[in-house]
Design a binder for this molecule. Sequence first.
Ligand code: PLP
Length: 393
Amino acid sequence: MRPSRNLRDNTSLVAPIGSNKNTTVNDSRTYVTRPDLPPLEDFLPLLRQIWESRTLTNGGPFHRQLEAALCEYLGVRHLSLFANGTLALITALQALGIRGEVVTTPYSFVATAHALLWNGIRPVFADIDAESLNLDPARIEAAIGPETTAILPVHCYGRPCATEAIADIAERRGLRVIYDAAAAFGVKDAGGSVLRHGDLSVLSFHATKVFNTFEGGAIVSPDVATKQRIDQLKNFGYVDEVTVVEAGINGKMSEFNAALGLLQLPRVDQAILRRREVDALYRALLTGVAGIRCLPPVAEVATNHAYFPILVEAAYPLSRDGLYDRLKAAGIHGRRYFFPLISDFPMYRHYPSARPENLPVASAVAGKVICLPIYPELDDATVAAACRLIAAP
Ligand SMILES: *Cc1c(COP(=O)(O)O)cnc(C)c1O
């Protein structure tokens, strides 16, 4: 598969290597991602079914089918669909009754920590590991205090956390573990789906993710009782027609989104395969570029290639923002995920753990990272053009 719809004339996108001329921009820009969609014609019959049944939400037939199909695809036993990943994160914390303080990473999308604030929980930021960019288990352990009740790690860029070390800490210290697996759709380690780790795992099906339902999300539960409780909490806390047991939220996925998900699921393997090719091409073309570091592939992990981050080190002639601007001027819009750190946003920076001195690795990485475009429709010529710009600053 070599799709080329996104750019009509890739060769005019950038000046050749060695040229001092400013790079030219045509009207087709390349963004960090471009959502994969099924043919619109395939969606129309499903919409017709929704129109005929008048079942729009509240666990309709497409919702039930998608839950079953996702359990099978992901290799998990129980899954609850949500309207988005953030509501799923908020509900996961509520379902386990998490209180007090939770240790989490500053190097993530802001929704990770927001889910804590929505539950009245104080985040405690711990630093990340310089190689994996996931929470450093030693720093988790050091951050645990008398009020700590749980750990909220993130499989950053879909790359698995140190799940065994985290399980060991949680067991020794009596803590719950909720994984923000928003970016880890379909990721498997040597033992199977990464979603089996921890007490709960949370997925996002946002437009920018590897598997999208426009907006959507899910919680993976270990047992049917936990799934039932979560299903009640996402429906205002209703247990039956006349009984409400808790202040649940409205987190339900609609039939529209669930039907779309059923069409997306058979496409996702092919999409990940093309992402893998793009990843390999970036690695091949960026090898040996002084000052540019790619994250190493993770051993024994089938990853989903959700992102392609590069780190712009001191040996590179331009600053990170210099390179970011240069790419953008040529129509290649990377994203500085994750900059600023969550701990630098105004609602977090007063926490003692948010101080940059406490987070030296995360602070340094946030100043170096650019996520380059990666998505199934991205063609080789655009990847090559981006790499030429990077290689000849
Ligand atoms: C996308 C994302 C979220 C939020 O998911 P939404 O579905 O957009 O609400 C949370 N955490 C991480 C790490 C994400 O990448």
